[in-house]
Write a protein that binds this ligand. Sequence first.
Ligand code: BES
Ligand code: ZN
Length: 614
Amino acid sequence: MEGLSPLDPSSFSRPDLALVTNIELNLSVSFEKKIFTGFVILKVEKIDGSANEVILDTKDLNIHKIIEVDLDKEVKYILGEQVGEFGQKLTLELPNKNGSDYVLKIEYETSPDASGLQWLSPDQTSGKKHPYLFSQFQAVHARSFLPCQDTPGVKTKYSATISAPPQLTVLMSAIRDHVRELHDGKLFHFVQDVPIPSYLIAIAIGALESRKIGPRSHVWAEKEIIEESAFEFANTEHQLQTAEAICGPYVWGIYDLLVLPPSFPYGGMENPCLTFVTPTLLAGDRSLVNVVAHEIAHSWTGNLVTNKNFEHFWLNEGFTVFIERKIVGRLLTPQDQDFQALEGLAELKDCVNRLGKDNPLTRLVVDLKGLHPDDAFSTVPYEKGQTFLRYLEEAVGGPSVFEPFLRKYFDAYKFKSVDTTDFKTFFIKEFCPCGKENKVKQIDWDLWLYGAGMPPHIPDYDRTVGEVSVRLCSRLSAWNETAEPPPLTAEDAKSMSASQTIYFLQLVLDEPSVWSIIKLKELERLFSLGKCKNSEIKLRWLRICMKARWEEKIPVVLQWLNEVGRMKYVRPLYRDLYKWEAARSKAIDNFKANRRYMMHVSAYTVGKDLHLNE
Ligand code: BES
Ligand code: ZN
């Protein structure tokens, strides 16, 4: 596509010519106008001596004025054409100056439609009194909040001063430095002293409260859900310590959690110092906290060692799932670790079937030229990535060999960005086959990295924990529901853990046969599925109902679709409705009526799933 960088197909910026080395934000929020106004000061270092410009990414920003601070001189700039969903290239002319360092002050404001920001009116919050704002910048939406080199190949420290109305609290992915009372509001100051990519800048503003849940952790939320949240995530410090034992020291100081409103589009987002999570994790029994283990793991994989661009996204997510499961294995049992891997594998199968086994997006390393990262997003980098790492771990002799190697890799590449070749080279150097025939030599790197479809090798996972789910699925499948009593009792159902129930429902969903509504009604009664608080159970249950063409459940599905924005739930359910002709127009009407309450990325991807943007 026009003007995008040879280093990163999702960015216009050219850090190889002139590099942004520090970011200082100074903004004030207007909830009336749904915008931020103020300025950003970028330190820039000329890398290529012949370069006379610095190139930044922007999206829907209103640039007012740019000056070089040391020279106190206005800087000329050109704002390019809008290129699809990528935004606009901003080219600044570097003035003549001694040395190679520049200080550029850019005065600007954001747009009410900024794709990385979600503005909620008071009635869309739990408290109903105050407005709310939150960001989601990964993969490439930071450019809708500030002009920057919006590529994960560039990492900088940042600081920020944000002014907000007096009743509200501002949080960012940084250390809260101090708060100052002003006569008509509050001024919040933040510092992030570890270099991070732009997609990890994050902000939330709302009527927020906090509870201490550990020596370095608070949970933040609206007061209506703060107690529930403190209960659900009480085990955070334990998870952090387990992660440190695997990965090495935690460098970010604090680890806070922010529980967002239901329209948050992801399960979790690893914003440094402040993980963002969806309220759909509040199951009441801590059964979904593997998502927190996942975001904690990102403190090393992704946040410390970062993918150079999103073609190498598996280096972020595959590694993170791999570590997440190690944390689970240590906190529960190794059997649980393998069980979660089996669940992940079932999801990967679904995904590969949907995309098609020859689809280039089922490769570990993808080609994003002309393709927006939001359109390429799938389970593949997560699950195929973790499968590959598990395979590599076995090949080198197991965790006792592989874990020290991982720590060495994190240490070698901390504060840097890497691509797949960096990792491969580091691995080969460490486990040099030295001419001997061994398992390491047999690794087919090209097949794993560039082959499409399911992983070339599936580890022999321990199946103990999942056995009851598998057995139950086949017993219920064989059950003649019009002639025989059900082959289990509500007690049997209750004795299963939440994850065993999730896996069981996943198997039912993947069954080639479609179960009768009579059978499903029995299932609903036995597992009390009608009033289930666990969103992973709810997702699979409603998908089974849609597969069975159970019309009465359509309104239940539509209502949930209007409550939650988490794409993991919303997209499959909308796709299921779309596939079912009798439900298709209801789905489309429902979406059109509610898209304005959804975050940009959810509305954009669901719109495509429903074939509305074509
Ligand atoms: N970093 C991702 C979320 C993300 C990815 C946002 C790409 C935007 C673009 C986060 O760490 C994540 O993977 N979340 C998962 C958690 C799960 C795998 C445990 C989610 O949201 O479901
Ligand atoms: Zn992740």
